[in-house]
Design a protein around this ligand. Sequence first.
Ligand code: NI
Length: 281
Amino acid sequence: MAFTGPVAPTPFRLFPALLACTLALLIGGCAAQQQSADGSPTPARTSVPTGGSPGAGPTSTRATTTSTSSATAPAQVDCRKKKCVALTFDDGPGPLTEGLLDTLVKENVPATFFLVGNMIKQHPGVARRIASTPGMTIADHTVSHPMLTKLGAAAVKREIVGNTRLIRNVTGVSPRFLRPPYGLHHARVDDVARRQGQAVVLWSAAALDWQYDKPAKIVSVTMPQLAPGAIVLAHDIHPWTVKAVPTLITKIRAKGYTLVSLDDILGGHPKAGLTYARGEH
Ligand code: NI
C-alpha cells in the first residue's frame, strides 16, 4: 500500500493521528515479530534503566570513520533531482544481519536498521558492525517491541530512552530516528522522541515479509508500491527477506531509482518529534 498523500517531507501531523495509526496497523508493520521462522528469538520484555537521557542531540548516526571494511560510504544524493528510494530493516540485529550487510556493501547501497534493544543485547557485535559499516544508519525500534500506544508514560519513556542509551553504549552512535513498533504512536510517543532528538519514521512501501516467505514474492509485492521518495519497510530477521534483497536492489535500480539513506530521502533535515512516512521528490 503506497501513501498517496502530500509530498514530502511529509510531517504526519498533517493527518489525523488516528488515521495514521490505523493506516500503519492495516499495513501491519512488524506484525510477524512473533512469527519469525528463522529461529530468531522474539524480543521479550525486560526491565531497562529509567530516567531521562540528557545530551541526546542530533548526532549523526552515519559511520564513516570507524569502518573495519574497505567499503566507502555511498555519496550524498539530492532527492529533489533524483528518484530516491530508501531501504529500512527492522527488528534486528540478528544472525542474518551480517549476510545482508555483505550484500549492501557489495552493491554500495545505504540502509537504515531500526534495532530492538533486546536483540542488541543478544547480538552486540552485529550492532557494532552495522555502526562501523559506511552508509548504514542505526535507528531506534524500542527495547522490547511493544505497542507503545498501550503503555503508560513511564513505560513509553523506558522503551525509547532505554533503547537510545543501549544503542549509544553498544555502538557509540546516537539514533536520530524512531520507528514505533507496528507504526503505532501518539503525542506521548512523539514527545519522548522529540526529547531524544529523534524523528518518527514510518514507511510508504511494505515488503510484507511477515506475511510472505518467498523471496520472489517479497520482490513482487514491494515493487508496485515504489514511488519517488519511498521508504521501504523490511525485516532483517527473515531469511527470505535477506535472499530477496539482491534482486530487489537490481529491480529498483532498473526502474531508475537511486537507493539512498534516510537522511538523504528526508532532505537532510528531519525534525525531531515529527513523523515522516516518505521522503521528498
Ligand atoms: Ni518491528
